[in-house]
Ligand binder design. Structure first.
Ligand code: AMP
Length: 288
């Protein structure tokens, strides 16, 4: 597959991508990277539009990274829709879609060197998905080394991921600035996710519990943490098909749980299983 006038060029190898980016850089172009696992939806496209505003050349990477999936997770059933993804990007000003194989990214098999997400990487998503953030950071680190973008764009939908990527870039002196785009939602509040396609109509309705819990948490925020946690959890009360994994309130600066008497800016993180599908969401609140 190659690019058309308005479409992106699909680049499967690191060597070719580096070569093409070197040409563009030599002509003075700045570069933005949007890392994704594909199955693109309007949330991803919002990241792309933002990237286009920030740099001359936009690279969208599409790679389902085995390193960030646990042995019992949905790596095999994760949707892979490259052709539709390239079509969805048409007309958005994306120059390159970097779509490597697993062998291209990990030619030596299991990687010997990995990044570690540290203490915060073991909490919340990391507690439910051991090793997930080490795998995520390792692939993001590789992508940043491959593309060497001026800017990389991520979604607030994955708030803990954003925190850890910012931390990694800071800790390792990576010369890329990290930009974050607000969560794109369906009109009824459900955060867009590649995994939403697994929801049958009943589970699609039940999935609204997550955003409802966040709304309830926000409404309770002036009354303090205990109320936020109680009202948020109460939203999960009467759904047989929905199992709450965690609902926590964290300090945006440290990503550690806030103190009982905390006031001011905080982030509510929620994760739940809806049928067989695990969903996450989050919202900023102001504790009173
Ligand atoms: P993924 O393909 O799920 O790994 O996501 C790729 C990027 O898209 C990540 O930075 C996500 O945070 C972002 N993203 C996913 N869903 C949304 C959404 N609903 N709104 C905004 N960004 C999103």
């Amino acid at each position: 597959m190659t690019g058309s006038a308005s479409g992106a060029r699909v680049v499967p190898t690191i060597a070719e991508l580096r070569e093409r980016l070197a040409e563009r850089r030599a002509a003075g172009a700045s570069v933005a990277l949007v890392p994704t696992m594909g199955a693109l939806h309007a949330g991803h496209l919002a990241l792309v539009s933002h990237a286009r505003e920030l740099a001359d050349v936009v690279v969208v990477s599409i790679f389902v990274n085995p390193l960030q999936f646990g042995p019992s997770e949905d790596l095999d059933r994760y949707p892979r829709t490259l052709e539709a993804d390239v079509e969805a990007l048409d007309g958005l000003g994306v120059e390159f879609v970097f779509a490597p194989t697993v062998a291209e990214m990990y030619p030596n098999g299991p990687v010997g060197t990995m990044l570690t997400a540290g203490r915060v990487g073991a909490l919340y998503e990391g507690a439910s998905r051991p090793g997930h953030f080490d795998g995520m950071l390792t692939v993001v680190g590789k992508l940043l080394n491959i593309v060497r973008p001026d800017v990389a764009v991520f979604g607030q939908k994955d708030a803990q991921q954003v925190f850890l990527v910012r931390r990694m870039v800071d800790d390792l002196d990576v010369a890329t600035s990290i930009e974050v785009v607000p969560t794109v939602r369906e009109t009824d509040g459900l955060a867009l996710s590649s995994r939403n396609r697994f929801l049958d109509p009943e589970h699609r309705a039940a999935a609204l519990t997550l955003s409802e819990a966040l709304r309830a948490a926000d409404a309770a925020a002036p009354d303090g943490l205990a109320e936020v946690l109680a009202e948020g959890a109460a939203a999960f009360g009467d759904h047989d098909d929905v199992t709450l994994d965690y609902l926590v309130v964290v300090d945006p600066e440290t990503f550690l749980p806030v103190a009982d008497d905390a006031r001011g800016q905080a982030v509510v993180l929620v994760a739940a299983r809806v049928g067989a599908t695990r969903l996450i969401d989050n919202a900023a609140i102001t504790l009173g």
